[in-house]
Design a protein around this ligand. Sequence first.
Ligand code: ADP
Ligand code: ZN
Length: 727
Amino acid sequence: MLPSIADAIAPDHTSPQETLRRVFGYNDFRPRQAEIIANVLHRRDTLVIMPTGGGKSLCYQLPALLLDGLTVVVSPLIALMQDQVGQLRQLGVAAVCLNSSLSAADYLATVKKVRQGEVKLLYVAPETLLRSELLMLLEQCRLTLLAIDEAHCISQWGHDFRPEYRQLVEVRQRFPQAVCLALTATATPRVQADIKASLGFRDENEFITSFDRPNLFVAVTPKVHTLRQTLAFLTAHAGQSGIIYCNTQRQVDELSAALVEHDIACLPYHAGLDSATRRRNQTAFLRDNTPVMVATIAFGMGIDKPDVRFVLHVDLPKDIESYYQQIGRAGRDGLRADCLLLYSYGDVQTIRYFISQGAASEQAERTQRLQTLVRWAEGDACRRRALLTYFGETDIADVCQMCDNCLAGAQERVDLTVPAQKFLSCVARTRELFGANHIIQVLRGSQAKEVLQRGHHQLSTYGIGQEFSVEQWKHLARQFIQQGLLTQDMQYGSLKLTEKARAVFKGEPVWGTVAAATISAAVAAPAGYEAALFERLRAHRKALADAQGAPPYMIFSDVTLQEMVIYLPHSKAAFALLQGVGQQKLARYADEFLPLIAAYCREHGLSERTKTVTDGPRRLRAGKARSEEVGDAFVAGQSIADLMEAHSVKRPTIISHLGKYAQEGGTLPVERLRAESTLPAVVRDQVIAAFRNKGFDYLRPIFDAFAGDVSYDELHLLRIVARLEAT
Ligand code: ADP
Ligand code: ZN
């Protein structure tokens, strides 16, 4: 049951920006949304190509509120329609849907509301729209905007052609005064051209946004043991909502049964289940009753759940398009989400076999698409860049730091003795019974049930590893295993110490690489993030949602809850500034959440933290940058050696942080910096003079000028000095 329709918001000719804040609770438009909306408001027929999660819905929902008359949204998926209608009603927008799932009485009541002009947005299935009585109804209304969602269904070249969609062309001709907005996430140029041609759109009214999804972390790992690897992945994502994709119904049934045996709350979904079971399982997933869905690709179309935190492929998808579409279901809310593919060459052979059994005319193309995917999975270049290149994008950075290959590539070797000692002693204190994921949870001071139940929060190693993110620790753990400090039990994954590990306790040095910090570290714990409060708010959100029979994300998204625990608002005015809090949600829910926040603050002696409207989400997420931390500490009197120890990194790393600090305008004490040089004073001054003469951009000429006697390490340090003295 959905919440009742609030009063229709009458068109009041306010600006899109103001409506964005007041109704939707957002401060800024996503890329291209503003242009698209302006185009629609100027009544130009528009085609929008945007990836999943890019924010297509807003492109018609917002104009619908600003235009007089009725907006009709055509959508092929009933679940999706209901979801959007539910979300809009939470925002106080008069939205309804008409489709085959309604009872006769509900159908008639809805039609009446539409006829009486009480509705701003009407969602319909295409076959419903084509019925003559509905077309007649629309003739009595003022149809101003016709939005066609999943517009690729119109094209025979698309992966989801629907004949009813073709007939929408006639509907359009029947209502020539209505502006038409077609939207899809399908990137193929052939399909795009087909949509434009069918609907008679002009090229200049096509808006294509980048397919980049910067918040998706993409990784591929060899498939060794599906169940064990799945369990390890789920441990790292405990309590989070996610989808596990398998290729066959049988695998879905087997894997979900095996996971349930391991106490993982999950449900299966595939076309072989009866429709009542499918619906029940889907609802349980949407409402966060069961966080994990094990599914075939039958699951996902029309699933708009914004807080899907991971997509795990235990089998190889058939091509890059399908893969990108499937991982696209993760992280719609813009927060980090993890996408992992377990890759095995055996899967490639299986898919090859199926292709050989299929239509002969399709074999060559399907084989080629599979090969492209295989090359991608086996490649060692940036994964996200490779995906985007595949979709024809060229303007992308070389390294993204949001894929496994970028994190693994080209790093300097640093002294890892201290982190190794921390990790190994945590293994010892938990009696060599646990795998890396658990050890990492303990090191990072996790509040997870498994940690608390075993009393591991009382160990001396609890919380001593906050300096690295979970991803970084995993990368470190792999190196410790490879270097023979630990062995891993093949059956249970538990880690055991070796003789070599004992030598490390006595001071034997360990060297290796540290994966670059990803935003995961920042997202997991932004500055001042109150994790315990987040759990309280989440529980309350769930209770409110259950009472309404709605999914929790309809009340507030995770982004809004995150902002609550970061800014700790105490008043309605402060609450109103949070992302996702518009007028209606403020009125309905501020009094539900404010007392919980206030109580928590009293218990912990915390007070409100100011949020200004200009605080972007990015600034919010990033804590103090490492270079800032290092620079401030140096200014405060710490030496490079102190800082190396504090951060367990090598000298060049600290010097590079100091360089960045100075470049970004920080003032460092020049004399102390100069004194850090290990060169004889004369040589040191010559190097500084050389920088003054030759410029600061290149080190090589200076290195050569001193015939290689001065290390790059020194050059980096003295360049900072020379620069500071020059300004
Ligand atoms: P799509 O239909 O393109 O897959 P949605 O329209 O479902 O994407 O939007 C994805 C998510 O982004 C939704 O949770 C939506 O509320 C959110 N969103 C859309 N526009 C904005 C914006 N301007 N600011 C913040 N969040 C937005
Ligand atoms: Zn990358």
